[in-house]
Structure formats: structure tokens, C-alpha cells
Design a protein around this ligand. Structure first.
Ligand SMILES: [Zn+2]
Length: 227
């Protein structure tokens, strides 16, 4: 198929079946993808600058711990639609697009990172969903060849009884716990990626597991933070 014909065909298909903006549902122009320009501008407005209040909560584990998030998440805003589309509608293209935005925004934080670890889903959820949204965000990053993406953590059902738990564990009260399955983190600069930061309990549990591998530093990066 030559290019001209392909472009005509693409435009024809677009007129018959216009793609819709995932947030406002308006028909997208041929050059727009997933979000219309207006919603894209709204997304830009929800960008966080600098560190957020959860940082102090999560630091204290490691001197070299940094926490960065891309966008503010609240009910009804664009990033909520984005996350919903990624998690429940299988919109992996969206995940890669916003993953790339995250990568561009935090290139400075990414410099020196040697191992990238996604927050895993529980095995059962992974089977039903078919993909891990954190891993799909990472696919949007443009990583140097030497950087390793490592599925280093597993998420297991917490079988420990409440009485055997430390006060910290009871506070976290996760029905699921994270276990380090791949210990190739010794002395490495690690990036931990998740879709959204809410209470910080999940990420705190992940960092606790990661630290067993004795990394040099950990950067936590989430697409959004609930504010
Ligand atoms: Zn829109």
C-alpha cells in the first residue's frame, strides 16, 4: 500500500469511526491520540512540581531515597480517566504515552538508575488483567541499553497472623506483602515504578523488600499522587 493511499484510508476510517477522547468523549482529530488537545492541556495543569507531602512519610528508610510523581490525581480529573483507561480498559497505548511523559519530566532523576523495578500485581490479578500497568508505564521510558528492567518483587497473600505482626506491619495492614525474589540489586541505583501513590503503604512495603537486596539508592516514581 503506498503512503498516499494509506493516508486516505486512515482518514476515511477516522471519519467513519472517530476515536474519542478518553476524558471528555469528544471525537478526536486525526492528529490527536487518546486525549483531545483541551484535555491534554488540563493534564498538563495537574502536573506536580517538586516534591509532594508523602515524601517525608516515605523517607527515613534510606538516605538516598527520592520520591517523584507526575500528576495530581483527584476525582473527576483527567489523570483519573487516564488511570482508569489504563487499568480497567486495557489502554496500553495510553500507558506508553504517559510513561513517556513521565520519563521526559524526570530525566534528571532517571540519570544513574541501573535497575528499574515495577510494583508487581498479585499473580491472580495479573492473570485476570493480563498486564501490569506499572510495567506498561516503564515501556514508555527511553532507557539506555545498560539499564535493566527487573521483575524483582512478588506480591503474595499475607499469611502471617495479625498478632505476629510488628506495629509497623499492622499499620500497613496489607493483605498482600512484597517479597524480593531477585537479589541482583546489590550496590545498584534502583527505580521503583507504580501508577498511583495514595497512602504510601504499598510503596513502603515494596521499599522494605527492595532494601533486603542492599541497593545503593532507591527512587520511587509514580505517574500520579492522590491529593
Ligand atoms: Zn477531551
Amino acid at each position: 500500500m503506498n503512503h498516499l493511499f494509506f493516508d486516505l484510508w486512515k482518514n476515511f476510517v477516522h471519519i467513519i469511526f472517530p476515536n474519542r477522547c478518553i476524558h471528555c468523549q469528544l471525537s478526536l482529530l486525526a492528529e490527536e491520540s487518546e486525549l483531545c488537545l483541551l484535555c491534554l492541556a488540563l493534564l498538563k495543569e495537574s502536573e506536580l512540581s517538586g516534591n509532594h507531602p508523602y515524601r517525608s512519610k516515605l523517607t527515613g528508610f534510606l538516605a538516598n531515597l527520592k520520591v517523584v510523581s507526575g500528576y495530581e490525581f483527584h476525582k473527576g480529573n483527567v489523570i483519573q480517566s487516564v488511570l482508569h483507561d489504563i487499568k480497567y480498559k486495557g489502554n496500553l497505548k495510553m500507558a506508553h504515552l504517559v510513561g513517556y511523559q513521565l520519563y521526559k519530566k524526570f530525566q534528571q532523576e532517571l540519570a544513574g538508575v541501573e535497575v528499574v523495578v515495577p510494583v508487581p500485581l498479585h499473580r491472580v490479578k495479573m492473570q485476570s488483567r493480563g498486564y501490569n500497568q506499572a510495567m506498561e508505564l516503564i515501556k514508555g521510558f527511553v532507557l539506555p541499553k545498560e539499564v535493566v528492567v527487573l521483575d524483582a518483587l512478588t506480591r503474595d497473600k499475607n499469611t502471617a497472623t495479625q498478632t505476629n505482626k510488628s506495629r509497623y506491619d499492622r499499620w500497613v495492614n496489607l493483605e498482600e506483602v512484597f517479597v524480593l525474589k531477585n537479589k541482583a540489586l546489590l550496590g545498584k541505583n534502583v527505580l521503583l515504578v507504580d501508577d498511583v501513590l495514595t497512602t504510601g503503604a504499598t510503596l513502603e512495603s515494596c521499599v522494605t523488600a527492595l532494601l533486603k537486596g542492599k541497593p545503593n539508592s532507591v527512587v520511587i516514581m509514580t505517574l500520579a499522587v492522590a491529593v
